[in-house]
Ligand binder design. Structure first.
Ligand SMILES: Nc1ncnc2c1ncn2[C@@H]1O[C@H](COP(=O)(O)OP(=O)(O)OP(=O)(O)O)[C@@H](O)[C@H]1O
Ligand SMILES: [Mg+2]
Length: 286
């Protein structure tokens, strides 16, 4: 091994190793009581099998039906995302699941969403879900973010821009999701797509959502060219200002590089490589 080479414990290379998820038992009795006031008796708790960020995420079967619950400790730096989800919810339903209630008590901030029956989307090359994602993005591009307290795209990615002046390229008034991880998309038996996890909602230009998706498509096995072909089916993509997509591809390459350094695991390494491959492709054709 070369001297100074960064060594990562293989045990840490599982994405699960960096999960913030905790056992349902950590929820204090006071919080359970407040949840019970909204749901009636809780019959069972099934922890979510995907996602990492929420301290608790689970499906509850209750006296008043099934509900999906996400909770964060209020002292955590990421707790602000609960407010973001609550704030955007009225604007994004029915694409996103309806927020039924919110409990903020005893150091916890817990959101209760309508449970969506569905399977997780598949971004594979021959998946029938890809046109559904395109249709969902077209629908989303109609949503503005008037008066919502959201980070702007130019502020959120400012630290990854090579030239400060390029920030203006990201500017826009659309309500963006930005986290196009396939586990954030649920496909119902009626073939309707629901978008969950609005924690990273951002205000910006509409072409940014399909651009964020490109990285996840490459991660799923598409070539950069194929991935762009899918993104280009969203009309907002073709309306992007000259050079904006190349600038943003570099932004995402630096962003995912940063994530891989700070959260080293097999998934972040592959995302870093996917974003770098896309940026290289974009710049080669410029
Ligand atoms: N309303 C819902 N109904 C049914 N299942 C849901 C619902 N919301 C989320 N899920 C499922 O639970 C998983 C975790 O939820 P979500 O992604 O919102 O939380 P997270 O773990 O905090 O996020 P992250 O993916 O950022 O780590 C999702 O991948 C999805 O499969
Ligand atoms: Mg998620």
């Amino acid at each position: 091994m070369e001297q100074g080479q960064h060594v990562v414990d293989p045990g840490m290379l599982s994405p699960r190793a960096v999960s913030l998820r905790q056992h349902w038992d950590v929820v204090p009795g006071t919080v359970l009581t407040a949840i019970g006031e909204r749901t009636g008796r809780i019959h069972s708790v099934a922890p979510a099998e995907t996602g990492y960020s929420s301290h608790i995420a689970a499906t509850l079967d209750t006296e008043r039906g099934r509900v999906f619950v996400k909770g964060m400790r209020t002292g955590d730096g990421l707790a602000r995302t609960q407010q973001t989800e609550a704030e955007v919810n009225p604007h994004v339903t029915p694409i996103g699941p309806r927020l039924l209630w919110r409990v903020v008590t005893d150091g916890w901030d817990v959101l209760g969403f309508a449970y969506e029956h569905g399977r997780i989307a598949d971004f594979g090359q021959s998946s029938d879900d890809l046109p559904l994602v395109v249709a969902t993005m077209i629908e989303l591009a109609r949503l503005a973010a008037p008066g919502l307290e959201l980070p702007s795209a130019e502020d959120r990615w400012a630290g990854y821009l090579e030239r400060r002046a390029d920030a203006a390229l990201l500017h826009g008034d659309r309500l963006l999701h930005t986290d196009w991880h396939h586990t954030n998309l649920l496909v119902t038996p009626a073939n309707r797509m629901h978008v969950v996890d609005w924690a990273l909602a951002t205000r910006g230009a509409a072409w940014i959502d399909p651009a964020c998706w490109v990285v996840w498509l490459v991660y799923a096995g598409h070539s950069a060219q194929e991935a762009e072909r899918w993104a280009a089916k969203v009309p907002a993509w073709t309306a992007a200002p000259e050079g904006a997509i190349a600038v943003f591809a570099s932004v995402l390459a630096r962003y995912w590089q940063d994530i891989a350094v700070n959260h080293p695991n097999t998934m972040t390494y592959r995302l870093r490589d996917a974003a770098a491959a896309w940026a290289a492709h974009r710049h080669a054709r410029a």
